[in-house]
Design a protein around this ligand. Structure first.
Ligand code: RB5
Length: 153
């Protein structure tokens, strides 16, 4: 399955807000249904709130996949990855984005708003959204990720 025509969620902190606007406009231009959870300006907010909101949108069935953005992509990806079944991949290039889907079945893409150009970010989002999970041996490895969380509850 590829994501581009499936319901997406997008969220960012203030440092990711300008890039969020660019990515959201591009996704809407691709006719991707999009739930935008904010933030809505460059006023300072806390990235864990937005990583959590995006993760919960997927876990609640309000989105199938999504994009989260903070200054580096690090804080918001760590926050989203606290949730079971969320596999948030911080990607700074197209190849990594494709492999995050093919090998890791990532369901959230994290981007660095302070680092990426809008053009490269769009290419990364497109690669992520148009690449399918390969399954097979990768499925077993992905299941082991969630098994770690169950073992250490
Ligand atoms: C906010 O200043 C910044 O710390 C945040 O956007 C992000 O880069 C954290 O990982």
């Amino acid at each position: 399955m590829t994501f581009l025509k499936h319901q997406a969620v997008i969220a960012s902190d203030h440092a990711g807000f300008p890039l969020k606007q660019e990515v959201a406009a591009w996704l809407q231009g691709q006719d991707c249904p999009l739930l935008d959870l904010g933030t809505d300006s460059t006023n300072s907010v806390d990235y864990p709130d937005f990583g959590q909101a995006a993760a919960q949108a997927i876990l609640n069935g309000n989105a199938v996949w999504g994009v989260v953005i903070c200054g580096t992509g690090i804080g918001i990806s760590i926050s989203a990855n606290r949730f079971k079944w969320i596999r948030c991949a911080l990607c700074g290039d197209v190849e990594t984005a494709m492999l995050a889907r093919r090998h890791n079945d990532a369901n959230l893409l994290a981007l660095a708003g302070r680092v990426l150009s809008p053009d490269l970010a769009r290419k990364i989002v497109q690669a992520f959204a148009e690449t399918a999970f390969e399954g097979g041996r990768h499925q077993e490895r992905v299941l082991k990720i969630d098994a770690i969380m169950f073992e250490h509850e």
